[in-house]
Design a protein. Structure first.
Length: 317
């Protein structure tokens, strides 16, 4: 990055700008080089103003939340990371509005405590509400978009409210991956039920999740997306058992296991010996290790099934 516009960045953000920030200290994978700068924002106005300023200066930037699904290069990021820490949850008769920087687990716990059904199966998923909306996060047959009524965004510095249909939610997809509008808050409509039943169901879901995601695990979560059957050649589809296909998608964990992913290791990163789609940073691993491992397994899958795997993890170049 040219240093001249960055002088303006220093002047604008002042002490809130952390230069040469080590990204491995805040990502769940604990890899990645330094960002040229990192800025933390605490209010909606700060968030919008930061983005519009960086745009006006033609400075490369990336808005992040919990950094649980990101893989930065070992060379770092030649721009400014804007860490969204705008939090808050409000509720009125089942209508819940959550700010985009709110930790997703805080929202889940809030709704369970209020006896509001719908988000309880999301328990244990790391990251923020904004990140979950952006990638339409989900688990155990539930996605965060199931109970959304609207999403408020900043579009070219102006606030707009999008209804659910405008957001074009699909499996791990939303319109925000193409428009790049800044998610500000999300409104959910949740039904009132018995809080105790939600607590019990949530506890069971968390226990199941912890069997895969052990506490303290250095991982981006599932690395690849499940595969739509309409993108699998007939010859490859014939090799996949029917019970490994659900809702029109083949289970990518099983596909990876079938080509020897479990325990496969590159450098300091290896695949869990109990789940074929869980890549773990064990010791002194790098982002390059993650990429080499994923590329090798992708080649094996393509050779055997004719499938081109799509990462669920966002790889930032």
């Amino acid at each position: 990055m040219d240093d001249n516009p960055f002088k303006n960045v220093r002047s604008h953000f002042g002490a809130n700008l952390q230069e040469n920030f080590p990204l491995h200290t805040i990502t769940t994978v604990q890899t990645g080089g330094n960002a040229k700068g990192l800025v933390r924002v605490k209010t909606e106005k700060e968030l919008i103003d930061a983005i519009e300023f960086l745009k006006s200066e033609n400075v490369r930037f990336l808005v992040v939340g919990g950094l649980s699904n990101l893989l930065f290069q070992d060379s770092g990021y030649d721009g400014v990371i804007v860490k969204n820490e705008v939090t808050g949850i409000e509720e009125n008769n089942g209508a819940v509005v959550a700010q985009s920087g709110t930790i997703l687990q805080d929202l889940v716990d809030f709704t369970i405590g209020k006896g509001l059904s719908g988000l309880h199966k999301m328990t244990g998923i790391s990251g923020t509400v904004g990140g979950a909306i952006y990638g339409n996060a989900g688990a155990y047959g539930q996605t965060i978009s199931d109970f959304i009524t609207s999403v408020t965004v900043s579009h070219e510095g102006k606030k707009l409210q999008l209804v659910k249909s405008d957001c074009k939610f699909a499996y791990r997809q939303s319109v925000f991956k193409t428009t790049l509008d800044l998610i500000l808050n999300t409104k959910f409509n949740l039904a009132q039920v018995d809080s105790k039943s939600l607590q019990e169901e949530s506890k069971a879901v968390l226990a199941q999740r912890l069997e895969k995601y052990h506490p303290g695990l250095k991982s981006p979560g599932s690395f690849f997306m499940n595969v739509p059957v309409d993108r699998i050649p007939a010859s490859g589809l014939a090799l996949i058992p029917a019970d490994k296909i659900r809702n029109g998608r083949a289970h990518v964990g099983w596909i990876l296991e079938s080509v020897g992913s479990k325990g496969y290791k590159v450098g300091g990163v290896e695949v869990a010996d109990y789940h074929g789609n869980l890549f773990i940073h064990k010791e002194n691993g790098t982002s390059a290790d993650y990429l080499k491992l994923s590329q090798e397994l992708s080649k094996r899958v393509k050779k055997k099934y004719g499938i081109i795997l799509e990462p669920e993890v966002q790889i930032i170049d």
